[in-house]
Design a protein around this ligand. Structure first.
Ligand code: THU
Length: 135
């Protein structure tokens, strides 16, 4: 069983692999599948800025590409290069991508070094999400 703290530490480890020569802001994410596996992601920037991908989507896409469709939780940490990790709430696009694969009860853990972890459901971060038909 993966603990909350382990998931946060995996996100912090992934953050070290961020490729962010433009913003110098490193984000790491760790996604827990329904069957207890963890997929990590970091932000990967591009000189053509709009081609940048966020850490959260990197993790989700890696997990989906590996065959996973059901997820329990994601830990996210971020902060300027060389600094402690801090709270980094997912952007709107990442919340939308979460909504494609995760239920309303999917948990998002936002951690900051030395501070209390904040926990939200996807429903709290993306209320009234768009759906083609009420599920
Ligand atoms: N970023 C993420 O990785 N996740 C988010 O939810 C918001 C922003 C990245 C994108 C870019 O590389 C850097 O943070 C600064 O915006």
């Amino acid at each position: 069983m993966v603990t909350r703290e382990e998931l946060i530490q995996k996100a912090a480890g992934a953050r070290q692999r961020a490729y962010c020569p433009y913003s110098h802001y490193q984000v790491g994410a760790a996604l827990l599948t329904d069957d207890g596996q963890v997929y990590t992601g970091c932000n990967i920037e591009n000189v053509s800025y709009s081609a940048t991908v966020c850490a959260e989507r990197t993790a989700i896409f890696a997990a989906v590409a590996a065959g996973h469709r059901h997820f329990q939780a994601m830990a996210v940490v971020g902060g300027p290069e060389g600094q402690k990790y801090d709270y980094a709430p997912p952007c709107g696009v990442c919340r939308q991508v979460m909504s494609e694969f995760c239920g309303k009860d999917f948990r998002i853990l936002l951690a900051a070094e030395g501070k209390e972890t904040r926990e939200y459901t996807l429903e709290e971060l993306l209320p009234q999400a768009f759906v083609l038909a009420e599920r």
